[in-house]
Design a binder for this molecule. Structure first.
Ligand code: ADP
Ligand code: ZN
Length: 762
C-alpha cells in the first residue's frame, strides 16, 4: 500500500512512501515518521492508496497517530493552498501543526504537581494535632482551595517542597500530577501555566486590572445592549445567510465606529447556538487580545487564540484544545485559518483589506482568500468586514458575487471626524522649508491638551531622518547590501544609520565616504523626528511613539496601548500601527504628517493603500462623545486618493480607481503573478529573467508579460533582483505557464520567487 506524505521541507511536493505489510494503514491527517535522504522527518499523510510511480517507494518508519492528527479537510485546504500559490506542499505543513508536534512530541503537555487537603488534613487543622507554623499555613491555604493548588504556586507563598512532602507523608494532603493548558489569557499572572489548572480563568477577565493586555479593553461588549437599526438589519440579513448552511460570502462594509464587532459577536452567538463553530480572523497580533477578550466575555472559556506571538507552549495547548473539540470560537491571525476546528459555520475576516493577511514568504497565501475556500468546502458563511474594502472584494460585491451589507452611520449617531487638508507648499512658504508640523496641527494639539483630550499623529515612515547626503558630491549613504539609502535613528551620540530591509547598521560618518567632503546633511524625516517636533511644540505634553522600533521588547506594545487608553499619554505618534482597529474614545484629533508617503511608490496599489490608511486613521478620531477632527498634511492636496479619503467617499474612490485598473490592466480586472529572479550579479538576474519570459511566452501565447526589468528594489541583501509580471484572465493558465518555464530550469528554483495575487510588487 502506497501513501502520499507531506513533509515540512521547503519546495518539496508530496512524497510517496510504502506502508509495510502488517502495519495498519494510517489515515489522512495522521503523522508518520519517514526517511528523507539521510534524515528521518515527521510528515502528514495526505492521501492513501496512491498509484505507484516510477521510483521504488521507501517504507515509512512509524505511524504516530491512530486517528487523524490534523483534520482531513484542513489537510486538503493546505494542499489547495500549495497548489494555488505555486508552493511546495511541504511549505504549508508548518501552518498546520502546533509548534511542538513537528518533532513528534505531540502530547508533551505541561503538567503540574497539585496538592489538595484530605479529610485527615481537615481534622488535623481543627484538632490539636502538632503542626509547625508553616504546615498549619499550608493546610489553611489548601482548606480554602478545595480543588487544590499547584505546588509551584504554594512555593511562591513560601511553602517549600519538603514541608509539602512531610504533610503528604502524614496523610494530610494528597498529591497528584495534573495536565494544564497554558492559557495565553493568563499572561501576567503567577507564572505561565498555573492559571487554568485551578479554575481561575474567566473569573477575572475584563474586571481584573492586572490582566493586561486583556483587561486593557475599554469597550467590552455589553450583553443586551440595544443594537442600532442598521446593526439590527445587518444582523438579520447575516443570520439568515448563516442559517441557510450554504457557502456564501458577505461583505460587511461599515464605516469606522459603526459597531461591526458587535455584529460579529451576535452573529457568532447565533451560529454557535445552531451547533456550529466560528473562526474569527484579525489582521494583527496586536488586535487579538482586544478581540479575544470581547469574545471571551461573550462566550466564556470555549474561545481559543492562535497567533505567532504566543509562546510555543501556549500555541500548542490552544491547538490541542481546539482539536479536542473543547473550543467553539477561534480568534487569530492569518495562520489561524488552518486551525483544526471542525463544523465551521462562520468565518469572519475583520479588516479584510489589510495587507497583513498576505504571507510574505512561501506559501505566499492570503488568509482572507484561503478562508473563503475553507468556507466554500465547509458550506459556511464568510463575513468580510471593512470600512475600506479591498478593490477585489468590493468588485465582487458590485458584480453580485458577494452579498453586500452596509453600515453607513456610526453608533449613537456619532458623526465621522471632520477632515481638513493642509497644503504643505503654503506652509513652507509661510514658515520656511523645514517645517514638519503645520500651524493647524500644532494649534490643534495644544487645544486638545488644554481640554484634556488626546491626539494621534501618523507618519508612515520610521526613524529620525530618512537619508544622509553630501552637499559637495550629492551622494547619499546607502546600504552596502540593498539599493536603498540608510535611515538615521536617534540623535547626538546615539545616532546610527540603519537599513530597513537587511538591518545593516553603521555610525553616521563625519565626512562623505565618497568625496571626503565635510558637509553631510540629514534629509527627510520619520516618526522619531515627529516625536521630537511634537515635544518642542507642546513641551508640557506627555508624548510617546508607537512603531516597530519602539515596541521591540515583548509586552511593550500592550503596555503602550493601555497607557494611552488610560490617559497617561497625551499625544501618540506612530506609523500605520496606530491606524488600525483600536478604539480610543478620548482621541479627538488625528494628524497625518506627509499623507503622500506611499504615493511615490512604483506599485499599482499605491493609491488604494493611501486611501485606506487615511480613512482608517481619520476613523480613530471622535469615537467618544466629543466630535473628532483630522488634519491631513500633504504636498499633493489634489490627488484623488487624498481628496476622496478626506471626504470619506469610498464609492467615488472605487469608481476612480477602477478606471485606472481597467485602463492599465491590473487586478481586479485581470489576474497577476509576480516573479522575481535573484542573482549575485545584475546581468545574471536579468538574463535568467529574460530566459523565463521566453519560456513563459512559449508555454502560453495568450499571456501578457511585463519585463524582464530590474525590480523597484533592485538589490536586496546582497542579491540583484529582476522581475517579470504576468497578466492574464485565467490564473490557472498563468501558473501553469510559469511552472512549466521553471520546470525547464530546475537549478533556478531556489532563486525565483513566484507570487500569485501579489499585494506588493516592489
Ligand atoms: P468598528 O469596528 O465598526 O469600527 P466598533 O465595533 O469598534 O466599530 O464599535 C465602535 C464603538 O461603538 C465601540 O466602542 C463599541 O463598543 C460601541 N458600540 C457598538 N455597538 C453599539 C451599540 N449598539 N450601542 C452603543 N455602542 C455601541
Ligand atoms: Zn540593506
Amino acid at each position: 500500500m502506497l501513501i502520499s506524505v507531506a513533509v515540512p521541507v521547503p519546495n518539496l511536493d508530496l512524497l510517496t512512501y510504502a506502508v509495510p505489510d502488517g502495519v495498519a494503514v494510517p489515515c489522512v491527517g495522521a503523522r508518520v515518521v519517514v526517511p528523507l535522504g539521510t534524515r528521518v522527518v515527521t510528515g502528514i499523510v495526505v492521501e492513501v492508496n496512491v498509484e505507484p510511480g516510477t521510483a521504488a517507494a521507501k517504507p515509512i518508519r512509524e505511524v504516530l497517530d491512530a486517528a487523524a492528527f490534523v483534520p482531513a479537510d484542513v489537510v486538503s485546504l493546505a494542499r489547495w493552498t500549495a497548489e494555488y500559490y505555486a508552493a511546495g506542499v511541504g511549505d504549508t505543513i508548518p501552518a498546520l501543526l502546533p509548534p511542538m508536534a513537528r518533532g513528534g512530541r505531540a502530547d508533551a503537555h505541561k503538567t503540574a504537581r497539585m496538592a489538595a487537603i484530605t479529610a485527615m488534613g481537615h481534622e488535623a487543622l481543627s484538632g490539636d494535632e502538632k503542626l509547625t507554623a508553616k504546615q498549619r499555613e499550608a493546610l489553611e491555604l489548601l482548606a480554602g482551595t478545595p480543588t487544590g493548588l499547584a505546588t509551584a504556586v504554594m512555593a511562591t507563598r513560601g511553602i517549600a517542597a519538603d514541608a509539602i512532602s512531610r504533610l503528604a507523608k502524614r496523610g494530610y494532603i494528597s498529591l497528584r500530577q495534573e495536565r494544564i493548558d497554558r492559557d495565553p489569557f493568563d499572561r501576567g499572572q503567577v507564572g505561565v501555566g498555573v492559571g487554568s489548572g485551578w479554575g481561575q480563568v474567566g473569573v477575572g477577565l475584563g474586571s481584573d486590572p492586572n490582566l493586561t493586555p486583556v483587561a486593557a479593553v475599554a469597550s467590552l461588549s455589553e450583553a443586551g445592549r440595544q443594537l442600532t437599526m442598521e446593526q439590527g438589519d445587518a444582523l438579520v440579513r447575516l443570520e439568515r445567510l448563516a442559517a441557510a448552511r450554504a457557502f456564501k460570502v458577505a461583505l460587511l462594509h461599515g464605516v469606522t465606529g459603526s459597531g461591526k464587532t458587535e455584529v460579529y459577536i451576535r452573529l457568532s452567538a447565533a451560529v454557535r447556538a445552531s451547533g456550529r463553530r466560528v473562526l474569527m480572523l484579525v489582521p494583527e497580533i496586536a488586535l487579538t487580545p482586544a478581540a479575544a477578550a470581547l469574545f471571551r466575555q461573550a462566550f466564556g472559556e470555549r474561545v481559543a487564540v492562535q497567533h505567532s506571538g504566543l509562546s510555543d507552549g501556549e500555541r500548542h495547548d490552544q491547538w490541542q484544545r481546539i482539536r479536542r473539540g473543547d473550543i467553539d470560537i477561534v480568534v487569530g491571525t492569518r495562520s489561524a485559518v488552518f486551525a483544526p476546528l471542525e463544523q465551521v459555520g462562520l468565518i469572519v475576516v475583520d479588516e479584510e483589506h489589510d495587507g497583513s493577511y498576505k504571507q510574505e514568504e512561501s506559501p505566499r497565501y492570503n488568509g482572507r482568500d484561503v478562508a473563503i475556500v475553507r468556507a466554500q468546502r465547509a458550506g459556511a458563511l464568510v463575513v468580510l468586514g471593512s470600512a475600506t474594502p479591498s478593490m477585489e472584494s468590493y468588485h465582487n460585491a458590485m458584480t453580485g458575487k458577494y452579498e453586500r451589507v452596509v453600515l453607513e452611520r456610526r453608533v449613537l449617531d456619532r458623526p465621522l471626524a471632520s477632515v481638513s487638508v493642509v497644503d504643505m507648499r503654503e506652509e513652507y512658504a509661510a514658515e520656511g522649508p523645514d517645517v514638519i508640523l503645520s500651524r493647524a496641527l500644532r494649534d490643534g494639539m495644544q487645544a486638545r491638551l488644554e481640554r484634556k483630550e488626546q491626539s494621534l499623529v501618523l507618519l508612515n515612515r520610521r526613524g529620525f531622518a530618512t537619508a544622509v547626503f553630501c552637499r559637495q558630491c550629492a551622494g547619499t549613504i546607502d546600504c552596502p547590501n540593498c539599493s536603498v539609502s540608510l535611515v538615521v535613528h536617534g540623535e547626538g551620540n546615539a545616532r546610527r544609520a540603519r537599513c530597513h530591509y537587511c538591518n545593516y547598521t553603521s555610525r553616521v560618518p563625519p565626512a562623505c565616504p565618497l568625496c571626503a567632503g565635510p558637509y553631510l546633511e540629514q534629509a527627510g524625516f520619520g516618526t522619531e523626528r515627529v516625536e521630537a517636533e511634537v515635544k518642542k511644540a507642546c513641551p508640557e505634553a506627555r508624548v510617546a511613539r508607537l512603531d516597530r522600533d519602539s515596541i521591540r521588547r515583548k509586552g511593550s506594545l500592550a503596555s503602550l496601548l493601555s497607557r494611552f487608553r488610560d490617559g497617561a499619554i497625551d499625544v501618540l505618534v506612530g506609523t500605520q500601527m496606530i491606524a488600525k482597529g483600536h478604539d480610543f474614545p478620548r482621541v479627538t484629533l488625528v494628524g497625518v504628517v506627509s499623507a503622500d508617503v506611499g504615493l511615490g511608490l512604483a506599485d499599482f496599489r499605491a493609491s488604494e493603500r493611501t486611501f485606506q490608511l487615511l480613512t482608517q486613521v481619520a476613523g480613530r478620531a471622535g469615537r467618544g462623545e466629543v466630535l473628532g477632527e483630522a488634519i491631513v498634511q500633504t504636498l499633493y492636496p489634489d490627488h484623488y486618493s487624498i481628496q476622496l479619503a478626506c471626504r470619506q467617499d469610498f464609492p467615488a474612490f472605487y469608481d476612480r480607481e477602477m478606471k485606472f485598473r481597467t485602463a492599465m490592466r491590473y487586478p481586479p480586472m485581470i489576474s497577476l503573478v509576480n516573479a522575481v529572479v535573484r542573482s549575485r550579479t545584475f546581468a545574471g538576474a536579468m538574463d535568467d529573467a529574460a530566459d523565463i519570459v521566453d519560456k513563459v511566452r512559449l508555454a502560453d501565447r495568450g499571456l501578457r508579460i511585463l519585463g524582464p526589468a530590474p525590480a523597484p528594489l533592485g538589490k536586496l541583501r546582497g542579491e540583484y533582483r529582476a522581475q517579470l509580471l504576468i497578466k492574464g484572465m485565467n490564473r490557472k493558465k498563468i501558473r501553469e505557464a510559469i511552472q512549466s518555464a521553471l520546470a525547464a530550469r530546475p537549478e533556478l528554483q531556489r532563486r525565483v520567487v513566484v507570487d500569485v495575487d501579489p499585494l506588493s510588487v516592489l
